[in-house]
Design a protein around this ligand. Structure first.
Ligand code: PLP
Length: 386
């Protein structure tokens, strides 16, 4: 038998086997769900395990966290009941009056939450144009800024931000960098290795991949007081991921690399097909050589460019909405990162006042046959654009 002790296994192998899970008692290669809300103490009235009440997590949740920590090459990960609750915990742990720098346009839910905290005078906020490092450097304040927020690629225009350069800017003024890389999961972008202090993913998306849970995850390369504070917010707000959902997440992650590779391949084929199309004004996708973020993305996301893109339809806002109505394969639904392809008119979803092009359609490309997806968009465009 070969000696595996000195040989580092690929992360692809580790994730496919949920960290080579084997249940000690039965040999089962699939973990059971631990649904308990409470745990009995031992005969000395001591807690037997790290778990004593569900708001601190369970074996199932911790197993999922261990897989993500390994994927991120991080020290620890914390799972929340949604991406939003994870982001909220990060904002909530900041001291009152903390200065935060965020993109002008980003995932609308996180932006709205940051604006709520600003309105209530909990934090102060400065903005920069996503991807623009010069503007980011001007927005941070030495000794004052506590957190810099990067989303890359950035909803819904998919601007790419250089995480390593942003980390340098943040660290120079004593701030921490959080990177939301939801659109390019840790099989593609390992934000901690690039210099981010906190890596965030809405695990609702690619990590789970099957559109059947909501989840959010934070990972760090170094723990410390700030990490304990964030964990305390999760505990006190009761936003830990449920065991049942953690189990679905573990199952989903086993195929992460395969799913993401296929989505990326499909997305590239679709972007190339529709670039310069007579009914399309622009294709926003970092995989296109013409895209402003292409070179940084090439370095940062391991040679893959993700399954997310947007297209700006020629015509009117109604023409764009009609394209979503006429699609027969693409589901006209929000979210992203599932095995099924989705199309959405982003302005309808983000609400009035959010700066998004009125003719922008966001596409989440799944793992179907690329030709079928291209055909579907072609027929919908032909009907909508007449
Ligand atoms: N960040 C990004 C980039 C997202 O796309 C989303 C959701 O779409 C979130 C955060 C929020 O995650 P969730 O929907 O899991 O709460």
């Amino acid at each position: 038998m070969s000696d595996q002790s000195n040989r580092k296994q690929s992360i692809v192998t580790r994730v496919a086997q949920a960290l080579h899970f084997v249940e000690a008692e039965t040999g089962a290669v699939v973990p059971a769900i631990q649904p308990a809300a409470t745990y009995a103490r031992d005969e000395n009235y001591e807690v037997r395990k790290p778990y004593w009440y569900r708001r601190d997590g369970s074996q199932t949740t911790v197993h999922a966290e261990a897989i993500i920590a390994e994927l991120e090459n991080g020290a620890e990960s914390l799972l929340f009941s949604s991406g939003m609750s994870a982001c909220t915990a990060v904002i909530e742990h900041l001291p009152t009056g903390a200065h935060v720098v965020v993109p002008k346009v980003m995932y609308h839910g996180v932006l709205q939450q940051i604006q709520n905290y600003e309105k209530n005078k909990r934090i102060t906020v400065s903005h920069y144009t996503a991807g623009n490092l010069g503007e980011l450097a001007s927005a941070v304040r030495a000794g004052e800024t506590q957190l810099v927020w990067v989303e890359t690629p950035n909803n819904p225009n998919w601007e790419v931000t250089d995480i390593a350069a942003a980390a340098e800017i943040a660290h120079e003024v004593g701030a921490k960098l959080i990177a939301d890389c939801t659109a390019t999961p840790p099989s593609m972008t390992r934000a901690l290795e690039l210099g981010a202090d906190i890596s965030f993913h809405s695990a609702t998306k690619y990590l789970n991949g099957h559109s059947d849970i909501t989840a959010g995850v934070l990972s760090v390369k170094e723990t410390g007081q700030f990490w304990d504070d964030i964990a305390m917010v999760r505990k006190l707000q009761g936003t830990v991921l449920h065991s049942q959902d953690a189990w679905l997440l573990i199952r989903g992650m086993r195929t992460l690399f395969l799913r993401v590779e296929r989505s990326c391949k499909n997305a590239m084929a679709i972007a190339m097909h529709f670039e310069g199309h007579p009914h399309i004004e622009a294709v926003l996708y970092p995989g296109l050589a013409s895209d402003l973020g292409h070179e940084v993305a090439k370095r940062q996301t391991g040679g893959q460019f993700g399954g997310m893109m947007s297209i700006i339809i020629k015509g009117t806002e109604q023409t764009a909405i009609d394209v979503t109505r006429f699609c027969e394969l693409f589901y006209p639904a929000t979210s992203l990162g599932g095995v099924e392809s989705l199309v959405e008119h982003r302005k309808t979803v983000s609400g009035e006042g959010f700066p998004v092009h009125p003719r922008l359609l966001r596409l989440s490309i799944g793992i179907e046959e690329a030709d079928d997806l291209i055909y579907d968009l072609e027929q919908a465009l032909a009907r909508a654009c007449g």
